[in-house]
Write a protein that binds this ligand. Structure first.
Ligand SMILES: [Zn+2]
Length: 740
C-alpha cells in the first residue's frame, strides 16, 4: 500500500514536471489535485452518458411541457442520489406558444406554406406525436398582416444600406430574411425599425442545407422541410422573463403588463423552411439581388418589392408557465461561502439531443465524479453548485431569473460561473473572462484530444496555424504561448452572471467537425447526434475532463487563479482595434464623400441598374484615445507587478481571494450601458445590432460604429475609469500578497 502511494506521488512529480504547478496551488497541492483529476477522468463513462442522452432526448422537453418537468425531475433524482443537496426551484414566466401560424402567397398566384417538418422513416424520433412544438419564433407579437415581399438578405444594418441605395423602402412591406450572420432576433427588430409590417425568416440551403453538404438523413445538413425555431426576444436589451426585468420571476413578483414589455417584437415574425420559401422567392420580381446576396435555391433571386404579396398571420397563447431549475449544492469544506457555479440548460426545442442534452450529460458526468470524490475524502474546498436551467431557449429565462433573484448573495459569494451548452466534435472552444485565460490554457495543456495523442491545446493551435483567417492570427499562434480565449457576447446562460452581475464566466464546448443543419429543428435527435455529431460521444465525454478540472481547481485552489496579465494584453488589443476602427471609418468616409461629391461614385455604377451612390456621411472626427491608453498603461504595469509579486510566493488569505474573485465586479457599473441598463459589464457585451456577437469595450465601440460621435469621448472616459478601478484593485492585491 505504501509502495503504491509512493508510486502515485512519483507519477505526480513526473506530471507536474511536465506542466509545472497548477495556477493557484503549491507543488504539494498540485500533486494532490492532479491525483484527484486522474480519478475524475477514470470515472467518466461514455456508455452511461449515452443512456442519459437517450432518456432525456426521447421526447419533446421545451419549457412548459410535461417533458421539461420530467427531465428536471430525472436530473434532480440523479444529483440527489449522488449526494448533492438538491432542489427544484420554480419561476413563473410568460411563454408564448403558437395557436395560429399562416404564411400564404396571395399574388401573383396562391401558395399556402406547409409550416411543418416531415417525419423520416430512418429516424423514429421524428415521427408525428401530439406533443411536438411546431416551428415558430418565441416572443413574436401577435399579428395578421398582408403586404408585398422585400428580400432583405440577412436583415442586418449593411443590407438595409444596400436596399436604400436601390431606392427600396421596406415600410408597409413584409421582409423576408435568411437565417445567419446575426442573431435571429436582430432581423425582426431591424425590419420593424425600418417600418416593415412583418418578417419571415428562412434557412437558405447555401448556409446549412444541400449547399453545405448531404442532407438528413443521408448526411447531417438541413432537410428541405427543416425549420430553425428560436427566440426573437430583444435579448440585447435584457434577457430573461419579459415581464420581470432585473427581478426574479417569483410567484408574487411585481410584473410589467405584456403591452409594456419592451423585449417582445414590434411586428409578427415566423420562420419557414426553404421548401416553403421557394414559391415565395420565385414569385418575386424587381431587380436581381447583388451577387453576394444569392443563395443556393435554383432560382434568380430578386429584391422585390412584390409582385409577390404575402399574408402572414401569427397568434400565440400567452400563458404563464413554470420553469424548473435544478439546483444542487455540495458544501465547501473550507470556504462554504465562496461558490463555484456550473450550469447547462435542460430545455430544448422538441428532442434537443445536441442542444442542450449533449452538454447536460457532460455536466452530469462531471457532477457524479465530483460527488464520488467528496465521498472518498476529497470534498471541495469551496461550495460547488450544479445548475440545470430551464427555459434557456426562449431567452435565457431560467438562469436569468435565478441570477436576478439571488443577485445580492451572488455578488458576494460567486467566485465564477462555468457554462456548457450543446456540444459536438472537433476542437476545444473556450470563451470567457480573460482573468482566467492562463488558468484555462493550463487545463487544455493537460487534457488530450480523444483521437490523437496531442493535447487539446496543441490541436487547437495546429488548427489556428493551418486555417487562421489572416497572417496576424497565424503569427500569434506561433508566437503567443497561450491561446486566446474568445470574449463572450451572448447566446447561453453565462450572460446574467457575466454581464449583469460581473461574475467571471467561462463557456466550454467542442466543435468544428460535427457541423450540420439540425439546430433547433425536429431533427436534433438522438439518432442525428450519435450518427453525425459525435459518434461514441468521444468529445462529449472529454468535456467533463475539461470543465471538471476548471470546477475542481477553482473549488480547491488555496489562492484563486485569477491573473491580470492576459486580461491587460487582451484589453490592449481591443483598444488598438478601436483606434483602427475609427481610423478606417474616417478614411473610408472621406474617400467615399469625395467621390460622391464630384460624381465619380455615380459614374462607376451601372446606369442600367437602380443601385445609386450611398448618401454622404458626416466626417468622422479624430477622437482622443489618450485617457484610455493612459489607463491601459497603468493596467499593464499593475498586472506585471502583481505577477512578479505572486510568482514563487504562495501567499494567500481569505481577503486576498475575495479581492481576486470580486475583481470582475469592478468591470461593471450600476448604471449599465447607454440605453440598456441591465447590461452592466463594460468590457464584454452582446452587440445591440448583432445579438450574440460580442462587442468588447462596448460603450466606445458601439458609439463609433453607430456614428454617435458626440458620445465617443464620453464613453472613452467611462471605459478609462473602469480600467482605473481594476488597476487600483490589482495594486491592492499586490500589497496584500507582498505583505503576507
Ligand atoms: Zn442551448
Amino acid at each position: 500500500m505504501r509502495f503504491l502511494i509512493l508510486l502515485v506521488c512519483l507519477l505526480s512529480v513526473v506530471a507536474s514536471a511536465d506542466h509545472g504547478d497548477i495556477v493557484g496551488f503549491d507543488a504539494a497541492g498540485s500533486a494532490t489535485q492532479r491525483d484527484i483529476e486522474a480519478m475524475l477522468d477514470a470515472s467518466i463513462d461514455p456508455r452511461e452518458m449515452d443512456g442519459w442522452l437517450r432518456t432525456m432526448s426521447a421526447k419533446p422537453h421545451h419549457v412548459g411541457s410535461p417533458g421539461s418537468r420530467e427531465n428536471a425531475e430525472y436530473i434532480a433524482g440523479l444529483l440527489d442520489s449522488w449526494g448533492f443537496d438538491t432542489e427544484i426551484v420554480e419561476y413563473e414566466v410568460l411563454l408564448p406558444t403558437p395557436r395560429v401560424r399562416e404564411v400564404e402567397l396571395v399574388a401573383p398566384q396562391r401558395y399556402s406554406a406547409g409550416l411543418r417538418e416531415d417525419s423520416l422513416d430512418q429516424d423514429p424520433s421524428t415521427s408525428v406525436r401530439d406533443d411536438l412544438l411546431p416551428p415558430y419564433n418565441a416572443f413574436s407579437i401577435d399579428g395578421n398582416v398582408e403586404g408585398e415581399l422585400v428580400f432583405v438578405n440577412y436583415g442586418i444594418p449593411e443590407d438595409y444600406e444596400i436596399l436604400e441605395r436601390h431606392g427600396i423602402d421596406v415600410s408597409g412591406k413584409i421582409a423576408i430574411a435568411r437565417y445567419g450572420k446575426s442573431w435571429r432576433g436582430i432581423k425582426p427588430k431591424l425590419a420593424g425599425e425600418k417600418g416593415a409590417i412583418g418578417t419571415i425568416i428562412y434557412s437558405d440551403p447555401a448556409d446549412d442545407g444541400y449547399g453545405a453538404g448531404d442532407v438528413y438523413p443521408d448526411g447531417p445538413f438541413k432537410h428541405e422541410s427543416g425549420v430553425q425555431r428560436g427566440s426573437v426576444m430583444d435579448m440585447p436589451t435584457y434577457p430573461g422573463d419579459v415581464l420581470t426585468p432585473a427581478r426574479g420571476a417569483t410567484k408574487n413578483a411585481k410584473r410589467l403588463r405584456r403591452e409594456n414589455a419592451p423585449t417582445i417584437t414590434r411586428i409578427p415574425v415566423l420562420p419557414i423552411s426553404w421548401r416553403d420559401a421557394l414559391p415565395l422567392l420565385s414569385a418575386m420580381g424587381g431587380e436581381v439581388v447583388p451577387e453576394e446576396w444569392r443563395g443556393d435555391l435554383p432560382i434568380t433571386y430578386h429584391l422585390g418589392p412584390g409582385p409577390a404579396r404575402v399574408r402572414l398571420r401569427a397568434e400565440f397563447d400567452w400563458n404563464m408557465v413554470t420553469a424548473y431549475n435544478v439546483i444542487a449544492r455540495l458544501e465547501g469544506a473550507e470556504y462554504p461561502d465562496e461558490w463555484v457555479i456550473r450550469g447547462n440548460h435542460h430545455d430544448g426545442w422538441n428532442h434537443g439531443a445536441a442542444d442542450p442534452i449533449s452538454g447536460q450529460v457532460a455536466m452530469l458526468a462531471e457532477a457524479k465524479a465530483v460527488a464520488m470524490l467528496a465521498r472518498e475524502g476529497h470534498a471541495p474546498g469551496r461550495t460547488i453548485i450544479y445548475a440545470a436551467w430551464d427555459a434557456e431557449e426562449p431567452g435565457l429565462i431560467g438562469s436569468t431569473e435565478w441570477a436576478e433573484h439571488h443577485a445580492d448573495e451572488l455578488r458576494k459569494k460567486a467566485v465564477a460561473y462555468l457554462n456548457t451548452d450543446g456540444t459536438s466534435r472537433g476542437f476545444v472552444n473556450i470563451g470567457g473572462s480573460h482573468t482566467l485565460e492562463r488558468f484555462l490554457n493550463q487545463i487544455i495543456e493537460e487534457v488530450d484530444d480523444p483521437r490523437s495523442e496531442i493535447s487539446l491545446k496543441e490541436r487547437a493551435r495546429a488548427r489556428q496555424l493551418v486555417f487562421a483567417d489572416d497572417d496576424k492570427e497565424k503569427a500569434e499562434a506561433r508566437e503567443r504561448s497561450d491561446l486566446r480565449i474568445y470574449p463572450m457576447g451572448s447566446g447561453s446562460d453565462y450572460t446574467p452572471f457575466l454581464q449583469h452581475l460581473g461574475i467571471a464566466s467561462v463557456n466550454f464546448s467542442f466543435g468544428g467537425e460535427g457541423d450540420g443543419g439540425s439546430y433547433h429543428t425536429l431533427y436534433d435527435t438522438y439518432e442525428h447526434f450519435t450518427r453525425w455529431r459525435d459518434p461514441d460521444l468521444l468529445y462529449t465525454a472529454t468535456l467533463p475532463k475539461v470543465a471538471g478540472r476548471a470546477t475542481l481547481r477553482l473549488a480547491n485552489a488555496p489562492r484563486l487563479p485569477f491573473d491580470f496579465t492576459a486580461f491587460a494584453d487582451n484589453v490592449a488589443m481591443y483598444i488598438s482595434e478601436l483606434e483602427e476602427l475609427a481610423k478606417k471609418m474616417r478614411e473610408e468616409t472621406e474617400h467615399d464623400n469625395a467621390l460622391i461629391a464630384d460624381g465619380t461614385f455615380a459614374a462607376a455604377l451601372n446606369p442600367y441598374r437602380s443601385l445609386g451612390p450611398p448618401p454622404m456621411k458626416d466626417p468622422v472626427p479624430h477622437f482622443n484615445f489618450a485617457p484610455l491608453k493612459n489607463s491601459l498603461d497603468r493596467l499593464q504595469t499593475s498586472a506585471a507587478e502583481l505577477a512578479k509579486a505572486a510568482s514563487g510566493n504562495d501567499a494567500t488569505s481569505r481577503e486576498i481571494n475575495r479581492l481576486l474573485y470580486t475583481s470582475e465586479r469592478l468591470m461593471t457599473r450600476d448604471e449599465g450601458l447607454t440605453g440598456r441598463p441591465w447590461y452592466k459589464h463594460h468590457i464584454y457585451a452582446p452587440g445591440f445590432y448583432t445579438g450574440y456577437g460580442v462587442k468588447t469595450i462596448p460603450g466606445v465601440r458601439e458609439a463609433i460604429e453607430q456614428r454617435d460621435y458626440e458620445t465617443v469621448e464620453q464613453q472613452i472616459a467611462v471605459a478609462a475609469s473602469v480600467l482605473d478601478g481594476i488597476s487600483q484593485r490589482i495594486e491592492r492585491i499586490t500589497l496584500a500578497v507582498a505583505n503576507r
